[in-house]
Ligand binder design. Structure first.
Ligand code: UDP
Length: 236
């Protein structure tokens, strides 16, 4: 039995691409099945989708583009991930709605918080795309904002191949130490990079727990929802 009634799952773009540009159908299918297992327990689920597997505004800016236009490309990239996830979730038997912060009525509903709330009460998974609709934001910050507006119990920050928050990058430092828990202030003081500071401070100011965990291990979303101590919990 989960202690959570409603959760927000943040999926970064790299999850969708399996480390490459574009969408890896095998990976998205596996995540959709993990989400289906959670929905069957009765926990309400909404999801914020990143887009780094297509475009990141900062990177396009470095190659000479205007930042704002590059950020809009980044936001549009997230919508492709939303549609892929919607497709695999529905194949796994989970009803979904995609809501985007930039209107595109042929493919998604616009972001309407009260409607999203109703969808979840009816057992539908709501997938939020196009970030905040505003340049200079990240989808991590949007995850904190949507999580607050949807009154979720926790933000589940799914990572690819990283099982929590470390004191330095575990891929390049074999001696890296993993934290089981951290306060928001400890996270910010150590200047850790797994989620951006704006997201952490929004969660801190509104007392919303964040759980960082490894999505690559099948069944981990359900483990977190069931209260198993995996990953790193960032809280007060
Ligand atoms: N983005 C934005 N405003 C937002 C959310 C995202 O401008 O509210 C843009 C930004 O360029 C970002 C890109 O969309 O680099 C993809 O999002 P993000 O980098 O957060 O994706 P992730 O790292 O989770 O894959």
């Amino acid at each position: 039995m989960s202690s959570f009634k409603r959760i927000l799952l943040k999926l970064s773009g790299e999850v969708f691409g399996g480390g490459r540009v574009g969408v890896d159908p095998g990976v998205v299918d596996s995540i959709a099945h993990q989400i289906a297992d959670v929905v069957r327990t009765g926990v309400q689920v909404c999801i914020v989708v990143g887009g780094g597997n297509f475009f990141r505004g900062v990177e396009l800016q470095q190659s000479g583009m205007e930042r704002e236009r590059a950020d809009y490309m980044g936001m549009l990239g997230t919508v492709m991930n939303c549609l892929a996830l919607q497709d695999f979730c529905e194949q796994a038997g989970v009803p979904t709605r995609v809501q985007t912060a930039i209107e595109m009525r042929q493919v998604a509903e616009p972001y309407i918080p009260r409607r999203a709330d109703r969808h979840m009460e009816k057992g539908r998974v709501v997938i939020f795309g196009a970030g905040s609709g505003m340049p200079y934001f990240s989808t991590d910050t949007v995850a904190a904002q949507r999580g607050l507006e949807m009154h979720v119990d926790a933000l589940l920050m799914g990572k690819m191949g990283v099982d929590g928050v470390y004191d330095c990058d575990p891929k390049t430092n074999p001696g890296a130490r993993k934290y089981d828990t951290l306060t928001y202030d400890e996270y910010l003081a150590k200047d850790l990079k797994i989620a951006d500071a704006a997201a952490i401070s929004l969660a801190r100011d509104n007392d919303l727990p964040m759980i960082f965990f490894n999505l690559s291990t099948e069944g981990n979303i359900l483990r977190v929802v069931n209260g198993e101590q995996i990953g790193t919990v960032v809280r007060k």
